[in-house]
Design a protein around this ligand. Structure first.
Ligand code: FAD
Length: 338
């Protein structure tokens, strides 16, 4: 267990903004988690889990409590005839799990290749990309409940998964310590989303999970800025879900708007609105901008502050609302919650 004090959150998050965390405790085992929780309780301090910080906007004021940095390692495979369940420590980088599955020729998470972050955080927002979501393969998670001090197994059906949502977003007493994914030995490529459909139509071989994973990583390398150079948390907003009428109204005004049927309506790419309706691709204000290759991605240059990012994101939401009447929601979470 590594315990640091007054560590800038800018160093622990991919947006690279945020003031100091009073305590940061790295937890590589369940015992470490217990100790960190006990320490926070003794000191009467709030505690929040953090993985690789790739989906948070850390406050300029920092966090006057304990950041539990999850690093529990390990992937164990439980084999059966048609499937294999990978039981993963919450600190394992997500893409290592995707690579492990690909090495074993297992299907179910190949389209989720290249998403940054830890495996423990993946259920929190039910990560998704290229037509696939974590909830499709997640069997269960084990979570340490800070209220009771017990480890509780939560089955998929109890996770309340939604679009970039789950109960873990709302019940912050649940610290995920391991994640089990049931993957199939007999899958088939899911290439319905445009980038993968294009690659398939161009004759690229997408016949195995490993080949799809590599293709997805190559596509993503063009869509996202280099995390080692600038600050970003990927897509800053969720794609909006519209009613059929709202979608027709938008299409009547701005021409064909791409859409994907989802529960409760149609999901449209916010990038379309930011680019084609508002012409905001690459829009820059101070140290913050929308990425030129994918306007849903917000980029924080060196020197940016959390309040600058906040104000920029608010301005984008207002512009979208004024032009289209659509209210958009952030995918990136405030750390701590406001
Ligand atoms: C370049 C880039 C591209 C991205 N692309 C995608 C994408 O395609 N699809 C997608 O869905 N996301 C994407 N993201 C967002 C991000 O990668 C995911 O949300 C990822 O799962 C976050 O993992 P993390 O370890 O960094 O979590 P963090 O950012 O550290 O934490 C996120 C939230 O989860 C909580 N949390 C963290 N660990 C735990 C735990 N063990 N138990 C309970 N709660 C916990 C935190 O308190 C916080 O509220 C992208 C981000 C970047 C920077």
């Amino acid at each position: 267990m590594i315990h640091g004090e007054n560590i800038p959150l800018a160093r622990l998050t991919t947006l690279k903004v945020g003031g100091p965390a009073l305590h940061v405790i790295e937890c590589a085992s369940v015992d470490d988690v217990r100790e960190a929780v006990a320490f926070a309780r003794e000191q009467h301090l709030p505690l929040l889990p953090l993985g690789e910080g790739s989906n948070v906007l850390a406050s300029d004021e920092g966090f006057p409590g304990v950041v539990l940095r999850m690093t529990i390692p390990g992937i164990v495979a439980e084999e059966s005839d048609d499937s294999v369940t990978l039981v993963c420590g919450a600190g394992v980088p997500w893409d290592s799990v995707v690579r492990e599955a690909a090495n074993r020729a297992l299907w179910g998470i190949e389209n989720l290749a290249g998403i940054p972050g830890t495996t423990g955080a993946a259920p929190v927002q039910n990560i998704g990309a290229y037509g696939m979501e974590l909830k499709q393969t997640l069997a269960w998670v084990d979570a340490f409940d800070t209220h009771t001090g017990e480890i509780t197994r939560i089955e998929n059906s109890e996770c309340d998964f939604g679009y970039r949502d789950s109960r873990f977003k709302h019940e912050t007493n649940l610290i995920i310590i391991s994640v089990a994914l049931t993957l199939s030995r007999h899958g088939s490529p899911q290439t319905g989303y445009s980038d993968l459909a294009r690659l398939a139509s161009e004759g690229n071989d997408l016949s195995t999970p490993a080949l799809i994973g590599e293709a997805v990583r190559a596509v993503r390398a063009l869509k996202f800025p280099d995390l080692t150079v600038v600050g970003t948390a990927g897509s800053f907003f969720k794609n909006p879900i519209l009613t059929g009428d709202q979608h027709l109204h938008l299409a009547a005004k701005y021409g064909a708007v791409p859409s994907f049927p989802v529960e409760g309506g149609v999901k449209i790419p916010l990038a379309f609105v930011l680019d084609r309706v508002l012409n905001l691709k690459g829009h820059e204000q101070g140290n913050v901008s929308l990425f030129g290759n994918q306007p849903l991605v917000l980029v924080a240059q060196s020197g940016a502050t959390a309040s600058e990012v906040d104000a920029f994101a608010d301005m984008i939401a207002v512009r979208v609302k004024e032009a289209t009447g659509i209210s958009i929601n952030r995918e990136v979470r405030h750390f701590p919650e406001r």
